[in-house]
Design a protein around this ligand. Sequence first.
Ligand code: AMP
Ligand code: ZN
Length: 489
Amino acid sequence: MENHQLKIYNSLSGEKEIFKPILEGNVGMYVCGPTVYSNVHMGNVRTFMSFDFIYRALTHLGYKVRYVRNITDAGHLTDDGDVNNDRFVKQSRLEKLEPMEIVQKYTVNFHDVLKLFNNLPPNIEPTATGHIIEQLELAKILIDKGLAYESNGSVYFDVLEYNRRGLNYGELSKRNIEELFANTRDLDGQGEKKNPQDFALWKKASPEHIMKWPSPWGEGFPGWHLECTAMSTKYLGDKFDIHGGGMDLKFPHHECEIAQGKGCNGTSPVNYWMHANMLTMNGQKMSKSTGNTILPMELITGENTFFEKGFHPSVIRFFFLQAHYRSVVDLSNEALLASEKGFNRMMEALKILNDYEGEGENSSFTLAEWKDKCYAALMDDFNSPILIAHLFDVVKLIFSIKDGKSHLSTSDTDELKHLMHAFVYDVLGLQQIEENANEKLDSTIQVLIELRNQARKAKNFELSDQIRDKLLEAGIQLKDSREGTTYTY
Ligand code: AMP
Ligand code: ZN
């Protein structure tokens, strides 16, 4: 690790750059979170997992990371741009639930799914609706600075004025402003905007609109881009180290965030822009709008029409991390089956290593060189596939030790155990698959039922009730009948 400097590919410069945090040893990282109006699909999971790996890697490299990932729970219009078609309101009509019930339902789903794939929670998880005041403040500042204007109860960012001041709208997505003006259709402005490229900071709500808040311009709701500027700068400062999200958020979302940040604070808000690449299925981007999606539980259980069987979340995680976060990954049966094989072999090797004590003073493997290569990969823009390839050198070594063809000294064995543990479990976030977990649980419950039966025979009803109640507390319900005791969990 000592021999390498961390390099990060910065989408803004289009180059790998040596990472220099604003505050030595600390990293402020903001990642755009989900829009919680529907279940997350595997494409969403891939992006959040990419940043979970990056968060884990930064932490392992010794940085103290403040990781902020928001929840978008308001202000997202449907693709037709109709102001009455707020995604949350539309979904709430469809499911006959309150918009905030929709938000709660899908936030819980999001958390459950990410936990299933062993993602660590962020340090702060702010919501858009919890930061309306901050967003209104930003809109007011931009109006005061002449970079935004009110029109018919809505507020728009003035892109032409921004560029007139030489601030360079389009710098992240490398889009040319003239081209943008030529190609834009005015979908959601309804003639209110000075220019079609101007984007909404605040939208006027119609009287029937449910999710709305008071503002100096009447009742309305915030534009999507503003929430991320409000929350990132509130928790990480006007300028912070890393901003992440999926590649598809580069434009307009992140471009608008840069414009808002520069407009408000006079400084570009982010030093390193990181974009994770897309998950495709059958060669097409996974996307809710085209219906080319698979949900996490469908992939895990195998209850779907695309895949032969189900795959463990750790196998899926391993499969994703076998590709670099900036490469496209295509989800296919063959690729998952191959990953499963590799994953199982690595986990088997780890078990063998665990039982190996090492022998003598010498090793038939240069551990220091291998360790150096692993850190070189990790610190070269978080190159997980190369890191995994190096881990497989050790897998090969372990099987050759098992066959008596190689050996490691006791001290190297200790260090290798420590390093493999760190790379596999802490950094890649993989988990051993508990084989027969259900079988083990079933036999444990049978033992407890037997003990309860004995207690009942001995008329020790206090104990037998206690066993039943404690099991119930753990989510296991016993049911007595003439045929015996059954259970559900
Ligand atoms: P959303 O909830 O639509 O805002 O999306 C949440 C995150 O998932 C964003 O960072 C998107 O860029 C990302 N995302 C959406 N579709 C895909 C995909 N097919 N592959 C990878 N990431 C995706
Ligand atoms: Zn965002």
